[in-house]
Each structure stands twice: as structure tokens, then as C-alpha cells.
Design a protein around this ligand. Structure first.
Ligand code: DUC
Ligand code: ZN
Ligand code: ZN
Length: 494
């Protein structure tokens, strides 16, 4: 009798630390053995000449979520996860987004109702906190954290979502006490509002002015402020979707100073530029996201940040709004002023392959770093490790099997999301995840989706070790305990 349900044979396995040749034996959806010359499986995959990585973990994507301006994303939980699977991603962490006045518990229920029957890969949820009332910070959040929602995103901009500094401090305090991870969308709201008003008043309404309104200084200032507030509270934070040198430098400096500040960037900051926002007519709307793509020099800086470890996570920030659609980018017309165009670009399916081709393929990073950035680090930061994000005995058998030589030209008609465009149309890349397995079952093969809606399972996130505070107070007062002395001692010991 076969010892394994499945054996993946002769592959070159890549984890965040090693690259080696071995077979993988899978039993009951988990990795049972990694070794040489494993005995037979009921099913066998020959991965000779292929690279086997953990399935991707995309820890920043917006699925079936209404934007702050009320536009629904094109993808529901089925199309988004189908697309993820076809791009080698087996875990997604989208958001359960609270708008003001909503109960957080109800929001979570609503998102589960959307995801349960449709998700085809495993999923967890971050919370978006836009209304940190006493009820939310005192009761709902602590209870939800215990139930496996251990990370939340806060916004420093967008009228419908933005928190002021006082509210940010409250949320950071809860995170410190309960050991949750706060993700910050760091852009200065008033700077953007002021620049936007000026631009629109002067008749500058085209998509490219979105890029101008979201100035790198607005991103830098908010990043620096978020880091300062987190340092004051003594809590780790993660700055999401960093687009430019100015903000990146703040994270680099914070890390160099020993702070637990984690950084995330996304494909749009490596592969798109402000010139894309300036395409003819309304085409630039396809490339509008916040923060926006910057210039070539910034792309290079973001690459340096990836290579040198400023960035811990490479996520898609998939937020797809169809272009030629009255429910998408054109909700307010074909030539709507930039302020009225939904922000976001798709990227779930091509995220890992873009980084594989341009990062590993072009020699900028090695395979272990690629795996760390696309899977392992996110699993660790969000409390899913080692179940997800690695190849280890006992981990879920989530595998992406790469043909490193396969060349593809990205084109929307072969992608599996619900979009009508890809910002990467026509880009040729080398290397593609030709087979994706989720818990030992093949969910994508040779460019075809062969999974099924409802097969994805909800993942409760553990408390992540990344959330342990430094124990380094910057003031001689501990707001949590009211104690002066303990904090003072900590300070004196520096
Ligand atoms: N910006 C966000 O903050 N979220 C979704 C997409 C975007 O562009
Ligand atoms: Zn954001
Ligand atoms: Zn986002």
C-alpha cells in the first residue's frame, strides 16, 4: 500500500533559508516527509527541473470590499482566490472593513458570509478599524483578537477611514496590550486634501494629478508620525505599500535604531511609474492607486529596500476596479476628476511571478529571499507560521511548482480574476508557477484553475512573536499600568 497520498519527486525545494533537492511526501493534506527516494504515493508529481516553493501568502488584498468612495471591488472571493491559485498563492489575507458606525463583530460576520462558500484557497482576515469607539477598543477588538483576527489596518487618510493621532494611539495601545499587529496606511490626509483642492481648482483633473496630490512628502510625514506614535506606545507596527524613497528611509532608520517597524511594498512600485498615470485620455485611471507609482529612480530605491531587508513583505494590495465599467473606474464618468476615481490596481495572480522573474531571474535576490518576501515572512508576521509559508514536516502541503524557464507574456485574457485589464499587459517574464497545490490537492495546473469554490478554509491567526514589544519606553510613564517607576527604570537602564 502506498505510504503517501502524494509524492512530489525530484524537485529543487526552496525555503526562506535553504535550497536543496528532495522529495515531498504528503499525507492528509500535510507535509509528512521531506527526503530522498521516498516510497510510492497514491499520486505522484515529477518535479524534475522545477523549483518547489511554499504556496504564496498574499497578506494584503482587498476582496469583495467596498472602497471608501463606495465602489465595490470587481473580484469576489471566488474570482480573487481562483486568480491567486493560478499565480501560485494558496493563502490570502484580505480585510474585514469597518466603516463608521458599524459593529466590528457584525463586519466580520458579513465578510465570512461572503467568503465561506466562495473561497478556493485558504484565507484569514485583517480588520480595518475606522471607528475605534470605547466598545470597539474595550470589548470587540480584544475578543476578536482571541478569535483569530490578530492584525488590523488603520488609515491616516481617506475621509471615510482616517483616524486622528489620538485614535491611532488608542488602537496602538490595544495592540500592545493584546499583542496584535497594526498595519498602517501612511499618507498625510490634509496634505493630499490641500494639494487636490488646489489642483482641481486650477483645472488639473486628469489621472496623472492623482500622483501629484499624493506627494512623497505626504507619505514620508505620515510614515514618520506613525513610527513616532508606535515608538511612544512601544508597540511593533507594519507600514504597508511603501512607494518612495522618503517613506522607505523612515523605516530604514527606525530599523537601524532597533525599533520593530516592519515594511511592505508591492509590485506596482517596482513595475509601474508615474508615466503610466499619464497615459492618453482616461487610461491613466487604470494605474491609480494610493500611494501612487512614482518615477524610475524610486523604483530602483524600492528594489534596494527589498534587497537590503527594509521590506519584510511583498504583497499585491490587489484592489481591482474594472476600467470600462460604470461600477469601476468610470463610476463617475469617462473623464471623472481624479478625486472621484476608485483607487487600486489588481495583482494577486502576477505578484509572485513578477518578483521571481525580475528579482530571482535578474539576480537581484536569491530564492530564499524570494520565498521569505512572498510567503514566509507574512506567515510569521500574521501568526500563520509554520502551518503556512514554509516547507516543513507538519506544514500544510501548499506548494507552488515553478518552471523557471517558462516564458509568458502577461495578458488579461489569460488571467483568472474578474478584471477587464491588467496594468502589466504585454510584459514578458520568465518563470511561472505551473502547478499549485493546496493542502495536497492540485488547484491550478498549466494555466488552468482546477480547484473549487468553498474549498478554502478560514484560518485563525495566532498571536505573532513579531508583536512582542521592545519594553523600551520613551517616557517615564507607563500608560498601561499608570506606573512611573517601572518605566523610569527601563529608561535609566539605557
Ligand atoms: N489604496 C488603498 O489604500 N487600498 C486599496 C487600494 C489603494 O490604492
Ligand atoms: Zn492602503
Ligand atoms: Zn490596501
Amino acid at each position: 500500500m502506498a505510504q503517501y497520498d502524494l509524492v512530489v519527486r525530484n524537485g529543487t525545494l526552496a525555503t526562506a533559508s535553504d535550497v536543496f533537492r528532495a522529495d515531498i511526501g504528503v499525507l492528509a493534506g500535510r507535509i509528512a516527509t521531506i527526503g530522498a527516494k521516498l516510497s510510492a504515493g497514491r499520486r505522484e508529481i515529477n518535479a524534475e527541473g522545477h523549483i518547489v516553493t511554499p504556496g504564496g501568502v498574499d497578506s494584503h488584498c482587498h476582496i469583495e470590499q467596498r472602497s471608501s468612495m463606495g465602489v465595490m471591488t470587481a473580484d469576489d472571493f471566488f474570482t480573487a482566490t481562483r486568480s491567486a491559485a493560478c499565480g501560485g498563492t494558496t493563502t490570502v489575507i484580505p480585510f474585514a472593513a469597518q466603516y463608521r458606525g458599524m459593529s466590528l463583530r457584525q463586519v466580520v460576520k458579513d465578510y465570512h458570509a461572503c467568503a465561506g462558500a466562495k473561497a478556493s484557497v485558504d484565507y484569514a482576515f485583517h480588520l480595518i478599524i475606522s471607528d475605534p469607539t470605547d466598545q470597539v477598543t474595550g470589548q470587540e477588538l480584544p475578543a476578536l483578537i482571541k478569535d483569530g483576527y490578530t492584525s488590523f489596518k488603520i488609515y491616516m487618510t481617506y475621509d471615510a477611514l482616517k483616524l486622528d493621532d489620538r485614535q491611532i494611539l488608542e488602537v496602538l495601545s490595544v495592540a500592545r496590550r493584546e499583542r496584535a499587529l497594526v498595519m498602517v496606511h501612511a499618507e498625510n490626509h490634509d496634505v493630499i486634501a490641500w494639494l487636490s483642492e488646489g489642483l482641481l481648482a486650477a483645472g488639473h483633473t486628469a489621472p496623472r494629478f492623482h500622483g501629484m496630490a499624493h506627494a512623497p512628502i505626504a507619505e514620508r510625514e505620515a510614515t514618520s508620525r506613525a513610527i513616532s506614535l508606535a515608538e511612544l506606545v512601544d508597540v511593533p507596527i507594519l507600514i504597508v505599500h511603501v512607494s518612495a524613497r522618503e517613506a522607505m528611509e523612515q523605516i530604514r532608520l527606525a530599523k537601524a535604531g532597533g525599533l520593530k517597524v516592519y515594511g511592505e511594498t508591492c509590485p506596482q512600485y517596482l513595475f509601474l511609474t508615474a508615466d503610466d498615470l499619464d497615459r492618453p485620455g482616461f487610461e491613466g485611471a487604470k494605474y491609480m492607486c494610493s500611494p501612487p507609482p512614482r518615477d524610475k529612480a524610486n523604483q530602483e530605491v524600492i528594489w534596494q529596500g527589498l534587497v537590503s531587508g527594509v521590506f519584510d513583505v511583498f504583497s499585491s494590495d490587489h484592489a481591482g476596479y474594472r476600467y470600462n465599467d460604470p461600477e469601476g473606474k468610470m463610476k463617475h464618468g469617462r473623464n471623472a476628476p481624479f478625486k472621484k476615481v476608485a483607487n487600486g490596481v489588481p495583482g494577486l495572480e502576477v505578484r509572485t511571478a513578477l518578483l521571481f522573474a525580475e528579482g530571482v531571474g535578474k539576480g537581484r535576490i536569491e530564492l530564499p529571499q524570494f520565498v521569505a518576501l512572498t510567503a514566509t515572512n507574512a506567515a510569521k508576521l500574521y501568526g500563520l507560521y509554520p502551518r503556512k509559508g514554509t516547507l516543513a514536516v507538519g506544514s500544510d502541503a501548499d506548494l507552488a511548482i515553478w518552471d523557471p524557464d517558462k516564458e509568458i507574456t502577461i495578458t488579461q485574457s489569460t488571467l483568472h480574476d474578474a478584471m477587464d485589464y491588467t496594468p502589466y499587459e504585454g510584459k514578458t517574464i520568465k518563470g511561472w508557477p505551473v502547478t499549485t497545490l493546496m493542502r495536497g490537492e492540485t488547484v491550478a495546473e498549466g494555466g488552468e484553475f482546477i480547484g473549487a469554490p468553498g474549498k478554502g478554509r478560514f484560518l485563525k491567526c495566532d498571536i505573532s512573536p513579531a508583536t512582542v514589544p521592545l519594553g523600551r519606553r520613551t517616557i517615564a510613564f507607563d500608560p498601561e499600568t499608570g506606573s512611573i517607576e517601572a518605566a523610569k527604570q527601563a529608561e535609566d537602564s539605557h
